[in-house]
Design a protein around this ligand. Structure first.
Ligand SMILES: [Zn+2]
Length: 75
């Protein structure tokens, strides 16, 4: 597994924290957005690092929690 250096600012993002906790791949896009890919290949979330975009964060967290593969590991 490759460790990703997530900037301090991004770690405060609840979506990034949750994604990291669940083994998602975290990358930066050129535009400064965070790309979060689920380890099962079925979900992708584009998160913003803007502290004012709380709606985006909430939506990203929601998508991460809804990953359909999350509860079927080992099947
Ligand atoms: Zn998924």
């Amino acid at each position: 597994m490759s460790a990703v250096n997530v900037p301090r600012m991004a770690k405060k993002n609840p979506a990034v924290a949750l994604a990291s906790d669940r083994g998602w791949e975290i990358r930066y896009s050129r535009g400064g957005h965070l790309l979060l890919d689920c380890p099962y290949g079925c979900c992708r979330v584009v998160a913003t690092t803007s502290p004012s975009d709380w709606r985006g964060e909430k939506n990203a967290v929601s998508i991460i929690k809804k990953c359909p593969q999350r509860t079927t590991k080992g099947a």
